[in-house]
Design a protein around this ligand. Structure first.
Ligand code: PMP
Length: 365
């Protein structure tokens, strides 16, 4: 067996481990922020038809520019994001991870730097490494918020080529104020990426950074159909930005990166947007139920605009994680001392989680 070390691997990848939540068998898997609600029956029926139709053309390459899909995504954003978005402002790829990779291929790369405010989505530094982009950890306050003045000063000092803001942030759950996003945009000469993978779950009154797009050609807002739309298996992420950003990404995207089956399935799903997003309110209700139950167990949480909650405080979070798993509930240990992250899903999942946590909390907090 050849060891990885024996291969002529790029030095910055040596010693790294691949990203991924442990895929452990558990009755209740509340560790990867998926939407557990089954897809609506009418959507499944329409998917059968649209995929069958697309299959007839599989001997041909797909629409390289995904024009129809981008128009549908623009219409969705225009309807929900608080600002009109044109199809030319939208780009789609296989999950928002691929969108972010393309952004770094175009605006990061060798000799360039990206900065993000940790703890945040751990794929950002990994995608940076994969694209040869140096990474700088920005900081957060003890309550996991971004201190605008400190963040602006850090950006001005480091002059990164790409700045990441995750809003709502993963794993902490809180959305970032638009004032902070706007201040960071002014502070950088680079591209500011707001990763809004969880935007649809935001609490009422939390606006999207999409509203900041007009007049800000270096602002990129990324979204996904993996979370609120409940289509993680589809692999469809997208961004909204100035059309020039979309032109830049076309310089690095692989031709025909988005299969015709993916494009057809995504368009069919978007035609069922209202039915798919109907589960968002149900998920938010379960999130709020979990948040409300924690103090009664002597626990606390970080304010959440997402479909997950960072909760604690535990004397030994890995031990609490294990004790929950022993009771059939798999949550995520994100490596923050004292904290664990749980995905809000169905009422039954909340019941199981709160029952298990009620047993585990007294010995572990
Ligand atoms: N951004 C954030 C903040 C995420 O949590 C995730 C999924 N874990 C993604 C992006 C990537 O999602 P996808 O590639 O499925 O769109």
């Amino acid at each position: 067996m050849t060891e990885l070390d024996e291969l002529p691997l790029r030095p910055e990848l040596r010693g790294r481990t691949p990203y991924g939540a442990p895929q452990l068998p558990a009755t209740h898997r509340l560790n990867t922020n998926e939407n557990p609600h089954p897809l609506p029956a009418e959507l499944l029926a329409d998917l059968g038809e649209s995929l069958g139709h697309a299959a007839l053309e599989l001997n041909r390459y797909p629409d390289r520019d995904a024009v129809a899909l981008r128009a549908d995504l623009a219409a969705y954003l225009s309807r929900t994001g608080g600002v009109p978005v044109e199809p030319a402002q939208v780009w789609a790829a296989n999950g928002s991870n691929e969108v972010l990779q393309q952004v770094l291929q175009a605006f990061g790369g060798a000799g360039r730097t990206a900065l993000g405010f940790t703890p945040s989505y751990s794929m950002h530094p990994i995608i940076a490494a994969g694209t040869g982009t140096a990474w700088v950890d920005g900081h957060r306050a003890a309550d996991f918020t971004i201190d605008t003045d400190a963040a602006v000063a850090h950006v001005q000092q480091m002059r990164p080529d790409v700045v990441f803001v995750t809003s709502p942030n993963n794993p902490t759950g809180t959305a970032v104020d638009l004032d902070t996003v706007a201040a960071l945009y002014e502070a950088t000469e680079g591209v500011l990426v707001v990763d809004e993978a969880y935007a649809e779950f935001a609490r009422t009154g939390t606006p999207s950074s999409l509203t900041l797009l007009p007049g800000r050609p270096r602002l990129v807002v990324s979204r996904t159909m993996s979370k609120a739309f409940g289509m993680a298996g589809l692999r469809l992420g997208y961004l909204a930005a100035d059309p020039a950003v979309v032109d830049a990404i076309q310089l690095v995207r692989l031709p025909y990166h988005l299969s015709s089956l993916t494009q057809a399935a995504a368009r069919t799903a978007l035609a069922h947007t209202d039915a798919l997003l109907a589960t968002v309110d149900a998920v938010k209700a379960q999130r709020d139920r979990i948040v409300a139950a924690l103090p009664g167990m002597g626990l606390t949480s970080v304010p959440s605009d997402a479909n997950f909650i960072l909760f604690g405080h535990f004397a030994d979070a890995p031990a609490a994680w294990r004790a929950l798993l022993d009771r059939g509930v798999l949550v995520r240990d994100v490596g923050l001392p004292g904290w664990l992250r749980v995905t809000a899903g169905t009422a039954e999942e909340t019941d199981a989680f709160l029952t298990a946590l009620g047993e585990v909390a007294p010995a572990h907090r």
